[in-house]
Design a protein around this ligand. Sequence first.
Ligand code: CP3
Length: 344
Amino acid sequence: MNDRFLRACRREPVDATPVWFLRQAGRYMAEYRAIRQHHSLLEICRTPRLAAEVTLQPIDRLDVDAAIVFADILLPLEPLGAGLEFTPGDGPTLARPVRSAADVDRLRDVDVAADLGFVGESIREAKRALGGRVPLIGFAGGPFTVASYLIEGGSTRNFVATKRLLYSEPEAWHRLLGRLARLTLEYLEMQLDAGADAVQIFDSWVGALSPRDYRTLVAPHARAILEPLARRGVPVIHFGTQTAGMLRDLRDAGGTVIGLDWRVDLARGWEAVGEGVAVQGNLDPVALLGPWPELARAARAVLEDASGRPGHVFNVGHGILPETPVDAVRDLVRFVREESARPR
Ligand code: CP3
């Protein structure tokens, strides 16, 4: 197996910096759009054969060093009883958002094997299809990010309903995050049992909180997920955006690899999280839409910031955009591999 990715996660030396991309499967790829013509996003997620096929599309096309199972962080919201739909243009919509303590108590108990077992099946199928070419990453949403969709009923700019609940009903907030944390841990353990080689927690929107609020309102719940996972000895990537002011807090909550977005220099971000963890990131995904010399310059800056230290996984700082030219992504993979090549 190409184990650059797993070695870098463990801060071991590698022959070249491993590279993969957040949202490496998706609408920017013609192969994905072709499948989407016949199937909805949720259908793809719930059909292991299709999910595995989409998982492998970027492996075949880009030559990246890791695969990520095709799924979505919002899938657990359906069995919780919130009513999940994706509508073109509007993104996710939840028919029954959580707005009060009573709503929290009405959430259903999720039977992970019965209700979300299809993600485990997708992982088994994808592992078979990969035949050991590259490791496979499982994932779930982080507690703040998943709670925000559940409370807002969809995407949001200012997190008004979420913050209203957490400030006015802190007990209900902690009860909700406690439940989400237990569910998420069980969900990720199921993915590891199905064969995932590493897991990533996407707490994408956690940077909407002040660091102080993060520490009291989210970190204990993030820790309840991350600590038991790390004890299994697998790489656990803890990812968020707009986290420059709370990187130490994110690291203290757990994870063996910390995701950085481009709003912080990778070198400074690494300094903030400390030497005991690996880092993943942190190219601005919009750089992939620009001219090649600028893209190469931006990618080289990321590599120079990492300066060949063991424990860097090259990635974008947030997901690849639908407008991205596939060739730019493929050229970038080749560039990172050549630029970072070193004797072992
Ligand atoms: O290749 C991969 O990265 C794996 C698949 C993946 C998807 N969603 C499939 C998807 C992953 C890792 C996610 C994570 C996810 N989902 C996040 C966290 C990552 C991040 O970007 O911060 C979030 C916030 C979501 C929730 C979500 N899913 C939203 C808000 C939307 C709609 C907005 C949009 O981009 O259209 C989705 C839809 C979605 N999930 C798509 C894909 C490929 C695109 C929609 C489609 O095919 O119709």
